[in-house]
Design a protein. Structure first.
Length: 117
């Protein structure tokens, strides 16, 4: 699975950004897709994920602030980020998990999100 992330950029605190991840194959066949982020000096962490059945999961720190959605017709998964804070600054990575008994991870190239105060 090849993933192409887009939509990062520089925004002021309180602003919004929308990230998009395009998959090279039908995402209905992918168990789950999501977004992770990695800030400088920190470990990569899960931000949000969505399963093929539409079940969503969010990190506590972004609940009510970020929304993940999928478009099966376009094979895309988007992350709408509102009320951004400087603490949201990170490189955001698109992720796909696919497999039957073993779930393999696939990663996009990462997109920088910078929130200025």
């Amino acid at each position: 699975v090849q993933l192409q992330a887009s939509g990062g950029g520089l925004v002021q605190a309180g602003g919004s950004l929308r990230l998009s991840c395009a998959a090279s194959q039908n995402i209905v066949s992918i168990n789950s897709m999501g977004w992770y982020r990695q800030a400088p000096g920190k470990q990569r962490e899960l931000v949000a994920s969505i399963t093929s059945g539409g079940t969503t999961n969010y990190a506590d720190s972004v609940k009510g602030q970020f929304t993940i959605s999928r478009d099966d017709a376009k094979n895309t998964v988007d992350l709408q980020m509102n009320s951004l804070k400087p603490g949201d600054t990170a490189v955001y990575y698109c992720n796909a998990k696919k497999g039957v008994t073993i779930k393999y991870d696939f990663w996009g190239q990462g997109t920088q999100v910078t929130v200025s105060s």
